[in-house]
Ligand binder design. Structure first.
Ligand code: ATP
Ligand code: MG
Length: 208
């Protein structure tokens, strides 16, 4: 079996993520892709805009339409409040694999460029095969590759969708058409997510 881990904050999950996953599945004959939202992303300072529960639910909704995509709680909140590190996630997943299985790790070019800042990054690069996906505005820098790392380059994705841009648009009441899977867009609207800025802006306008 070819299994892949696809981690992120997914705050929220968007059509760019799905395009990445679809391209990786096609290209590397992946049988299953585990979408793993991080409850406490170690690589991202500051807090997420939406709670872990909301982000996980949105990942579930996005994965529901694709038989090979699975929403995973492997990086859910730890009982003792400790952080989840990628190396632990990889080892937990690898523990269930058979000798002939292959374990991939899907990652965008922006995130891969920072891999040397990850906890135990050398081990990480030895224990999975990376699928590094192109992202507009970021280059795939092969010279930065750690020696011994197994890296595949997937250059066919040209999505410029990002969660940051989606959050910004939602805060400003702008359209996110084409950026969100329909069930996720409905969930965001129903749950009043990513509206803090709007409420704040309205309040500010009222006191001026
Ligand atoms: P944010 O703007 O909040 O950082 P994001 O859109 O980058 O959100 P993440 O949850 O941070 O989404 O990303 C999870 C993974 O998906 C990362 O490896 C990231 O590089 C990759 N990724 C996200 N969007 C794209 C995209 N449009 N093209 C290629 N890779 C992407
Ligand atoms: Mg990101």
């Amino acid at each position: 079996m070819n299994l892949a881990i696809f981690g992120g904050t997914f705050d929220p999950i968007h059509t760019g993520h799905l395009e990445v996953a679809r391209a990786a599945r096609r290209e590397y004959f992946l049988d299953r892709i585990l979408f793993i939202p991080a409850s406490q992303p170690p690589h991202k300072p500051g807090r997420c805009a939406a709670s872990y529960e909301h982000r996980l639910e949105m990942v579930r909704l996005a994965c529901a339409e694709h038989p090979a995509f699975v929403a995973s709680q492997l990086e859910g909140p730890a009982g003792d409040g400790s952080r989840n590190y990628t190396i632990q996630t990889i080892r937990r997943v690898a523990a269930h694999l058979s000798p002939h299985d292959r374990l991939f790790f899907i990652i965008g070019a922006d995130a891969f460029a920072e891999i040397t800042t990850w906890y135990r990054w050398r081990q990480v690069t030895m224990e999975v095969e990376f699928i590094v996906v192109s992202r507009p505005g970021y280059t795939l820098d092969e010279s930065a590759l750690p020696p011994g790392a197994m890296v595949h380059w997937l250059r066919s994705v040209h999505s410029n969708v990002s969660s940051t841009e989606i959050r910004r648009r939602l805060e400003n009441g702008q359209s996110t058409r084409g950026m969100l899977p329909a069930p996720v867009a409905r969930y965001i609207s129903r749950s009043h997510l990513y509206r803090r800025g709007r409420v704040g802006a309205r309040r500010k306008a009222a006191v001026q």
